[in-house]
Design a binder for this molecule. Structure first.
Ligand code: SF4
Ligand code: SF4
Length: 388
């Protein structure tokens, strides 16, 4: 049986979060089995992009503080934290969202996951070797601090997807290019989790995200913290809270098949407050793009007629060009030309080049990019046209 603790926590009030987390750890019980007494422990929050905490795109600094404080008080002294976003540095994100201030107060050092070394995955499903950040490979334990959100490519992002940040910066877009198909991408995430183990997961689901996630969706006040040492079970429980059958998500279904953890609710022991209390609504997800279209002779047609595509709301776009930088394909599927006045215009997509990785949507600081279902695809996706 895999153990998943759910504890009620209605806000990011410091006292409430610390008390809820402490109660959760007491219910979890055997932290000493998950974390070594000595050695370096790396905290891995989701530092997706330089947004303020109220936007909900990153792990909240108050939860980070509570975890850091609890571990310090339990005698775990050698703590550090880090992440590697696609655009910018983890430190920039940590400054913007407030985690850096909390870490300084606790004496937890930041470590940039900028350089790595190659590791091999035995029995890999998709990707037999990765370059993983040195600090991750050298740490005695990884404490995974994901945020519960929707995701354009993997449908939901929680503990398993959060590990993608252990691959240094620009190596991540390369994997997007190589693995255009969502199922292949999910298999790569599973392979990565085979070599980057989450010793402990503490999921920020006090406020979660639906719709145009993982960066620009709507906040849903789900009101709980999740603790587990099984990242698959953690995500499966998160999916159930969102109103999604976890076996319908290739990432979770295949992660269980790969022996990474448990999806079946019959094999997950839920401890703490009742899960039904946190099922506040059925989350709006990105349109399902699970079809393995890349192998079809009609791939080009399918891509343009059916597969959800990113679109820019020109009224919201500040023409910053960050999405163009984030686009991983060569030549870029998103170009920004100058207008007659010599200033940069709103970027324009070339959907024939676009691999639907949604890195542009994830990177846009204004939430100006959403995922739209082409007309033909709406017959498959229940006539839902666009996510906001
Ligand atoms: S769509 Fe977003 S990221 Fe791209 S130029 Fe406009 S504001 Fe910047
Ligand atoms: S345009 Fe956006 S979705 Fe298309 S390949 Fe570039 S980053 Fe990915």
């Amino acid at each position: 049986m895999s153990k998943v603790v759910l504890v009620r926590c209605s806000s990011y009030d410091r006292t409430e979060v610390f008390e809820a987390l402490s109660r959760g750890f007491e219910l979890f019980g055997d932290m000493e089995l998950s974390l070594p007494d000595d050695g370096d422990i790396l905290l891995k929050p989701n530092l997706l992009a330089p947004d303020p905490p109220e936007k909900g795109s990153t792990t909240h600094p108050v939860l980070f503080h509570a975890v850091g404080r609890y571990l310090k008080e339990r005698g775990y002294k050698r703590l550090s934290y880090g992440d590697s976003p696609v655009v910018g540095t983890g430190l920039l994100v940590a400054k913007k969202n407030g985690i850096q201030r909390e870490a300084l107060e606790l004496g937890i050092d930041y470590t940039e996951l900028g350089e790595g070394r190659e590791v091999h995955v035995e029995g890999a499903r998709q990707n037999p070797r990765f370059t993983v950040a040195n600090q991750v490979l050298d740490a005695s334990a990884l404490v995974n601090l994901p945020k519960l959100k929707t995701h354009g490519l993997t449908r939901i992002t929680g503990a398993l997807k959060n590990v993608f940040g252990t691959i240094p910066g620009l190596l991540k877009p390369e994997l997007h290019v190589k693995l255009k198909d969502p199922v292949l991408f999910a298999r790569m995430i599973i392979d990565l989790n085979m070599v980057v183990k989450s010793n402990l997961v503490v999921m920020d689901a006090i406020e979660s995200m639906e719709g145009n996630g993982p960066r620009n969706g709507r906040i849903v006040k789900t009101g709980f913290i999740l603790i587990s040492d099984d990242p698959v079970a953690a995500d499966a429980v998160g999916a159930r809270v969102m109103g999604v059958e976890p076996y319908s998500i290739p990432l979770l279904k295949e992660a269980e098949e790969a022996g990474l953890g448990t999806v079946s609710d019959e094999k997950i022991e839920l401890i703490g407050d009742p899960i039904d209390e946190f099922k506040v609504k059925v989350f709006e997800l990105s349109p399902d793009s699970r079809q393995s279209w890349e192998f079809s002779p009609l791939a080009g047609w399918i891509r343009n007629a059916i597969i959800p595509r990113p679109v820019i709301d020109a009224g919201m776009c500040t023409k910053c060009g960050i999405c163009v930088t984030a686009c991983p394909v060569k030549p870029k599927a998103l170009v920004q030309e100058k207008n007659n006045d010599g200033k940069k215009g709103v970027p324009v997509f070339d959907y024939n080049l676009c691999i639907r990785c949604y890195c542009c949507q994830e990177s846009c600081p204004e939430g100006a990019i959403s995922i739209m279902v082409p007309l033909t695809g709406r017959f498959l996706y229940g006539f839902k046209a666009r996510l906001k």
